[in-house]
Design a binder for this molecule. Structure first.
Ligand SMILES: Nc1nc2c(ncn2[C@@H]2O[C@H](COP(=O)(O)OP(=O)(O)OP(=O)(O)O)[C@@H](O)[C@H]2O)c(=O)[nH]1
Ligand SMILES: [Mg+2]
Length: 255
């Protein structure tokens, strides 16, 4: 079984080597990494090339000529992964907010599901302790109330960026029709997963703040994402009640 982990990067020079090694050191058979770099001015692309050479054939790099958004980076990366015979495709950030240590846990359950979501908003899921209550509340409201209500999503963490997809799940979703180019990509994919009746499991994760480097998120990006939720609704409509099975909680015996 071949797994390709797609990591989009923009100025992640301090994180890329460590996250790549952490993934390969998990010891998961035939796990490969695809870095999608948007000509980062801090030299992330050069580090990615070095890793590709050092760790061949398990690391690959896609260089895009300019910063073109997280969504298109994932569409390009997923398309490449499908062309390279991935059975499972993982999406995650480079900044350690998504701990590689969860991947073996995802795999343990993948036989029963099509999509595994690393979720901050199911029992056992947690945001960084450094977050103020106000910041936590806003994030919870945006993910668990605002987006879910407008679109009728069942998934609790509608903007989760840490996911594992079964190949057949991505085949059901027409990636080329995904329009989102920024952070709203996560929401559009969650929507399409439910609309296509995929079996989704939300695995609780601890979401640690990025360790090093700068966030690409700012107020403008957040406002844009908030308005794009309405765009998704007007394009696709709210979800039908029977669209997907979403499991939120680990079995008591699994905890
Ligand atoms: N290729 C590419 N990668 C991007 C782009 N924007 C963000 N990224 C990457 O996407 C991932 C998530 O970005 P972050 O800046 O960590 O955003 P975030 O996790 O929502 O924000 P923080 O919580 O502040 O870290 C990181 O690996 C970034 O380097 C982009 O336009 N192109
Ligand atoms: Mg981050």
């Amino acid at each position: 079984m071949k797994t390709i982990v797609v990591i989009p990067t923009f100025n992640e020079a301090e994180n890329l080597r460590a996250i790549t090694l952490a993934l390969l050191e998990l010891g998961i058979l035939d796990l490969n990494v695809l870095v999608v770099d948007d000509d980062s001015p801090d030299g992330t692309g050069v580090i990615a090339d070095q890793l590709e050479q050092e760790l061949a054939p398990r690391v690959h790099v896609m260089h895009r000529p300019a910063k073109s958004g997280l969504g298109t980076a994932y569409v390009d990366g997923f398309t490449w992964a499908m062309q390279h015979e991935a059975d499972y495709v993982v999406q995650m950030d480079a900044d350690f907010s998504h701990s590689p240590a969860y991947l073996p846990e995802f795999f343990k359950r993948m036989d029963k599901y099509d999509v595994m979501v690393g979720s901050r908003y199911v029992p056992g899921g947690k945001l960084d302790e450094h977050w103020s209550f106000g910041r936590y509340l806003l994030s919870w409201w945006a993910n668990s109330v605002y987006v879910r209500m407008i679109l009728g999503l069942k998934v609790r963490d509608a903007t989760a960026g840490f996911k594992m997809w079964r190949r057949s799940a991505l085949e059901k979703i027409n990636l080329q029709s995904v329009r989102a180019n920024g952070y709203i990509f996560q929401v559009e994919m969650a929507y399409l997963a439910e609309q296509n009746g995929l079996r989704i499991f939300e695995y609780p994760i601890y979401f640690e703040d990025r360790r090093i480097g700068r966030s690409k998120m700012d107020m403008r990006v957040k406002w844009e994402a908030a308005s794009r939720v309405w765009e998704i609704r007007s394009r696709y409509g709210p979800l039908k009640k029977n669209s997907a099975i979403v499991s939120h909680q680990l079995e008591t015996s699994e905890k």
